[in-house]
Design a protein around this ligand. Structure first.
Ligand SMILES: Cc1cc2nc3c(=O)[nH]c(=O)nc-3n(C[C@H](O)[C@H](O)[C@H](O)COP(=O)(O)OP(=O)(O)OC[C@H]3O[C@@H](n4cnc5c(N)ncnc54)[C@H](O)[C@@H]3O)c2cc1C
Length: 283
């Protein structure tokens, strides 16, 4: 199956790309792992593709004192191979290793995955757990959006037609335990249920952030339930109670990967096992 006839633009700089994007009916092309199939199936029929791959401005990992900034066209494989990401953003590093297969990781990008906002993708949960900020830029200027406000629903985000996601700003967190856990039916699949956890424990839970993928139409973070765990000593009972309550807060979807009921069971089991590991609770 071939994509429809369309134009292709190769920009020489970010400002050139943003000017071209402002013409309208243009789709940014990153790794093409989601966009090309959508073109082939005629789900999208833009007039032009704007190739982001020549833009050096979008392909960097920069370390500041309190943050790590990742450009939108950094591939999954570059995240896996980056020493900075492994040391300063271990949760992101762990999740990047679990995206698709080797071919997808070689081509697909963090910006493409976030802009695509698949309800079962891995990074939306990860950026939500980190409280990361997403930098969106048009020819008129730059704005920063909190991860929790970026995702609006399935394949729908805060991005306007004339904007690119240019960078993701992650805070450097010190002294946190972490885990990205993912249940898949077959190796290389999108998540049936995925879960990103960051926790600071000093006898009791000082901070805990939990974000799920695959259980709702966008990343799900149970903020109020997280608060109820603070200053509590981690134990099997506390974790099992949390798992029951969190699963009752979502209307898990049914699709080819699993029924709603099955997803909910998986969500509970994944929550118990992952929290026990992250919080150091032994049965
Ligand atoms: C077989 C297979 C298995 C996969 N498994 C997983 C998985 O397990 N977990 C997972 O999370 N993902 C998975 N994916 C998706 C993969 O992560 C893709 O890389 C991702 O969805 C899209 O990234 P991309 O760079 O290829 O973007 P593209 O396909 O090029 O673009 C996707 C969409 O985002 C827009 N876009 C891209 N970049 C920007 C930008 N900087 N600013 C604004 N809009 C932009 C495009 O216009 C398009 O609408 C899988 C894909 C395949 C094909």
């Amino acid at each position: 199956m071939y994509p429809p006839q369309l134009g292709y633009y190769r920009p020489v700089s970010l400002s050139d790309a943003l000017d071209f994007l402002s013409n309208g009916d243009v789709k940014p092309l990153a790794g093409g792992q989601s966009l090309i199939p959508m073109l082939k199936f005629r789900i999208l029929k833009p007039k032009f593709l704007l190739d982001l791959n020549p833009l050096k401005e979008l392909n960097h990992i920069s370390v500041g004192e309190d943050s790590v900034i990742i450009g939108a066209t950094v591939t999954h494989d570059s995240l896996v191979k980056s020493g900075t990401v492994r040391i300063d953003l271990p949760l992101l590093h762990q999740s990047a290793k679990k995206v698709g297969d080797m071919q997808v990781r070689n081509m697909g990008t963090i910006g493409g995955s976030l802009a695509n906002a698949d309800p079962s993708a891995d990074y939306p949960a990860v950026v939500t757990a980190y409280n990361a900020k997403l930098r969106l830029q048009s020819s008129k200027g730059v704005r920063e959006v909190e991860a929790k406000d970026f995702f609006k629903g399935p394949y729908t985000t805060e991005l306007r037609e004339d904007e690119l996601l240019v960078e993701i700003v992650f805070p450097k967190l010190k002294g946190y335990n972490y885990k990205y856990a993912k249940v898949v039916r077959r190796a290389g699949d999108f998540a049936l249920v995925g879960m990103a956890v960051l926790a600071k424990v000093d006898g009791v839970m000082k901070d805990i952030r939990i974000a799920y993928t695959g259980v709702s139409d966008k990343p799900f973070r149970p903020y109020e339930l997280e608060k109820s765990l603070l200053d509590t000593k981690p134990s099997e009972n506390v974790i099992r109670d949390f798992a029951e309550k969190v699963a009752s807060q979502v209307n898990t979807p049914s699709d080819s990967r699993g029924s709603s009921e099955y997803r909910k069971k998986v969500m509970k089991a994944l929550t118990v096992n992952t929290l026990k590991e992250v919080l150091g609770v032994v049965s």
